[in-house]
Design a binder for this molecule. Structure first.
Ligand code: ADP
Ligand code: MG
Length: 476
């Protein structure tokens, strides 16, 4: 990870951003809401005040009959005072829609037939609108008389009032709001940074614990139970650690087994050679006998090394599988043909039962090795005049090979171990029946590479049956 992006990519940074977001967005919304409601309130208060003033004014106008004679000094004075106070403009329109008074003296004498004025004459109701952009409130207020419960609109007051002051107050309010927002942002950032740090601490603990194990400071399982998540991570890690440890153990065990197995023939050879060297005038017959024994030990050593190499090659993953479409019936027949001479020595009957023709995608060499080992065992661990029956069957997905014998069987407590490398049921027999204890390990590896399965059933003094199941088509 590039250190420049490290912080930006970190969960801590993300938590911080989320907190800032959660902190700032509502603050902005609240600030906007406060400013808006202040504006509404200020505008409606202003409108209410102006409306009251206008009601008083319209009564005065009627009393002074200003509409008929718009020259009254007192009223004009009051009008200009009012328009000054609100920094606005007042127009008075008579029943003919003619402007009879304009505090700006611009539109006097002109006609004013705006929608608001017309509806004011018709309904006798005042109207008010707020032009936010140009910052003024515009109102129309009817000047009306009441005669026998009937309202008569005599004229209309048109007032526009500036809202500059309100806007100025809002600007101040907004500035203060912005300052507060900035303070909140800084506080939330700092708080978020610290909080995110605290929240992330258990993860840092996990990393530290794993590093300690990697550096060899610690050997035990790690435990960070602060969060469910960290617990899951450490549990998974401990499982992996367990696997690594057991792999390491089995590797060590394998190495020590190999050394031991390779040493045994050497020790025998040494003993044989020493006894020849230590004697004077050794008869030639003894020489020949001991030399024969030494040759046998060399053969044995050779066999162990060959089997080991085979096993190591098989362990090197499926990459070097050589998959072909192979006729399994022919393959089995060939295996039996090759082993027949060995079976004949013990007068063992070798039978092949094929229930149907089977073609499958397999690695011919490796599968031949696997099945040969099984049949060879069935002959080796059999009794004189016994039998070995190999059968082949298939369904739409798998083919099945079973190797059954009439041999001495495998003791129950050994069954779970026979696939282990170098495991032989009766070590003392190993001189009697030769073998390396690697055959079944090789068989199992080869079958696993084909994504197959192998099972064994055995009864002492009755016989053993190995069942192999392999998919007809090879799946990578
Ligand atoms: N068909 C069988 N009948 C009885 N015992 C068997 C049979 N196959 C295997 N075994 C036992 O399992 C052990 C492991 O077999 P294997 O791995 O082939 O090694 P090896 O044949 O070299 O001894 C054998 O030593 C033998 O004791
Ligand atoms: Mg064997």
């Amino acid at each position: 990870m590039k250190s420049r992006f490290r912080f930006i990519k970190s969960l801590r940074f993300r938590i911080m951003i989320i907190l800032v977001f959660i902190g700032i967005v509502p603050s902005v919304i609240v600030e906007k809401a406060i400013v808006n409601s202040y504006e509404d309130r200020a505008v409606s208060l202003r409108s209410f005040n102006v409306k009251n003033q206008c009601d008083i004014l319209s009564n005065q106008l009627l009393k002074e009959q200003y509409l008929q004679n718009p020259e009254s000094e007192a009223i004009n004075g009051e009008l200009s005072l009012l328009s000054n106070v609100y920094s606005g403009r007042i127009l008075i329109v008579d029943q003919d829609f003619r402007v009879i008074k304009d505090t700006y003296d611009i539109d006097r004498g002109k006609y004013m037939v705006s929608k608001e004025v017309v509806s004011c004459f018709r309904d006798g109701k005042e109207s008010s609108s707020y032009d936010r952009k140009n910052r003024y409130i515009e109102m129309t207020v009817p000047i009306h008389t009441e005669l026998d419960n009937e309202t008569q609109v005599e004229g209309v007051l048109l007032i526009s009032v500036s809202t500059e002051e309100i806007v100025a107050s809002i600007e101040i309010l907004e500035q203060k709001g912005l300052t507060i927002l900035l303070i909140i942002a800084v506080l939330v950032c700092g708080f978020g940074y610290i909080l995110a740090g605290i929240l992330m601490k258990p993860f840092a603990k996990v990393t530290k614990a794993i590093e300690d194990i990697t550096d060899g400071f610690q050997d035990e399982n790690i435990s960070v139970p602060d969060y469910t998540e960290t617990e899951l991570i450490t549990d998974a890690f401990n499982k992996m650690l367990g696997r690594v440890k057991s792999l390491d153990n089995s590797r060590q065990e394998f190495v020590s087994n190999v050394s031991h197995e390779l040493k045994t023939p050497l020790t025998s050879m040494k003993v044989l050679a020493d006894s020849l060297v230590g004697q004077e005038n050794v008869p030639i017959e003894l020489y020949q006998e001991f030399m024969q024994d030494i040759t046998d030990e060399i053969d044995r050593e050779n066999k162990i090394i060959t089997d080991l190499l085979t096993l190591v090659k098989l362990d090197k993953k499926a990459a070097n599988l050589n998959i072909d479409m192979v006729n399994i019936n022919d393959l089995l027949e060939l295996i039996l043909k090759r082993l027949r001479p060995i079976a004949a020595k013990k007068n063992i009957e070798l039978i092949l039962e094929s229930f149907r023709p089977v073609n499958a995608e397999i690695d011919e060499t490796k599968l031949t090795l696997a099945i040969s080992n099984l049949v060879e065992n069935a002959i080796k661990y059999n009794l004189e005049d016994g039998w070995v029956r190999v059968s082949l069957n298939a369904d739409h997905k798998y083919f099945y090979v079973t190797v059954a014998d009439s041999g001495k069987g495998i003791p129950e407590d050994s069954i779970d171990h026979i696939f282990e490398r170098f495991y032989r049921v009766d070590k003392s027999h190993s001189t009697e029946i030769d073998g390396t204890g690697l055959g079944l390990a090789i068989t199992r590896s080869a079958i696993m590479m084909h994504h197959g399965a192998i099972r064994v059933r055995s009864k002492e003094q009755e016989g053993t049956t190995f069942s192999v199941r392999i998919p007809l088509t090879y799946i990578v």
